[in-house]
Design a protein around this ligand. Structure first.
Ligand code: ADP
Ligand code: MG
Length: 242
C-alpha cells in the first residue's frame, strides 16, 4: 500500500556547537525496511543525528543519503521523511483528522484526496472513529498514534522516531511498542528509533547503534550486543552485569 522504504546512509557526520563537537564522525548504514535503534544516555547526540537526517539542522561536515540521493542540501519537506517526537507536537486547535491532513494540504492535493488519505492513516493506527476529536480530548497514547498517522500519511521512505514513548505511562509503553512495530512492518518503512531505554531498543530493533559522547561504540543485532558487547559500557546498556 505504501512506498517501499529506502536505505539511509550517514557518512562521517560531524556536528559542532561553538567549540563542542557533539557528533565526532558518525557512520551508519540503515538498510531498506530495517528497524534500527540509536541507544545512549541523554546528551550523547542521538537527537542531533535525527535532526540532521530530517533536515531540521545541518551538519558541520559529512553527508546523508536517502536512497541513492544525497539530501544534505535538501530542505526537510523534500526528504520523504516522517517524524515523530516525544512530545507529540500536535496542533491543539485542529482535530485529529485536520492534524493528519495538514501535511498533505501543503502538497497540493485536492481536499477530498487529503481527507481520504488522512482517514486511511488514522485507520492504520485504529483511530478512525476519533477523527473529529481535538488533541485535548484524546489520551496520551491516542495523541501519539495521531502523531504517527501524521508522520506516515505522506508515504515517507523513512520514519524517524525521537523517544516517542517516553512521555507515556509505563503500562502504555508496551502496547505502543507493539503498535509501532506492527505499523513499521505493514508499511515496510525504514525506521530510525532514538531511545535511552535499552529494553525498548532490545525488543523492537533489527539492529542497535550504541552511542557514547558523540561516537558510535557498537552496531549489532540485539542478540549479538547481549552476547558480544565490545566493552563494559555496552554491556551495561544491554543489561549484562558481570
Ligand atoms: P540526546 O538526544 O542524545 O540526548 P542531543 O543530540 O540532544 O542529545 O544533544 C547532544 C549534545 O549537543 C548535548 O550536549 C547538547 O547539550 C548539545 N546541543 C544540542 N543542541 C544544541 C544547540 N542548539 N546548541 C548547543 N548545544 C546543543
Ligand atoms: Mg534527544
Amino acid at each position: 500500500m505504501a512506498t517501499p522504504g529506502k536505505p539511509v546512509s550517514i557518512k562521517n557526520l560531524v556536528k559542532r556547537f561553538a567549540s563542542t563537537e557533539v557528533l565526532q564522525g558518525v557512520n551508519l548504514d540503515v538498510k531498506t525496511g530495517e528497524f534500527i535503534s540509536i541507544l545512549g544516555p541523554s546528551g550523547c547526540g542521538k537527537s542531533t543525528i535525527l535532526r540532521i537526517v530530517a533536515g531540521l539542522d545541518f551538519a558541520t561536515s559529512g553527508e546523508v543519503l536517502i536512497g541513492a540521493k544525497a539530501v544534505t542540501h535538501l530542505p526537510a519537506w523534500e526528504r520523504e521523511i516522517g517524524l515523530v517526537f516525544q512530545n507529540f507536537a500536535l496542533w491543539p486547535h485542529m482535530t485529529a483528522l485536520e492534524n493528519v491532513a495538514f501535511g498533505l494540504e501543503l502538497r497540493k492535493l485536492s481536499k477530498d484526496e487529503c481527507r481520504r488519505r488522512a482517514l486511511e492513516a488514522l485507520r492504520l493506527v485504529r483511530l478512525e472513529h476519533l477523527a473529529t476529536r481535538y488533541p485535548s480530548q484524546l489520551s496520551g497514547g491516542q495523541q501519539q498514534r495521531v502523531a504517527i498517522a501524521r508522520a506516515t500519511v505522506i508515504n515517507p521512505s523513512v520514519l524517524l522516531l525521537d523517544e516517542p514513548l517516553s512521555a507515556l505511562d509505563k503500562s502504555l509503553r508496551k502496547d505502543m511498542q507493539l503498535e509501532i512495530k506492527s505499523i513499521q512492518q505493514k508499511l515496510g518503512i525504514t525506521t530510525i528509533f532514538v531511545t535511552h531505554d535499552q529494553e525498548e531498543a532490545m525488543s523492537l530493533s533489527d539492529r542497535i547503534v550504541v552511542m557514547r559522547a558523540g561516537k558510535i561504540v557498537q552496531i549489532d543485532t540485539p542478540e549479538r550486543l547481549y552476547s558480544n558487547p565490545v566493552d563494559r559500557y555496552v554491556a551495561q546498556f544491554v543489561g549484562e552485569t558481570n
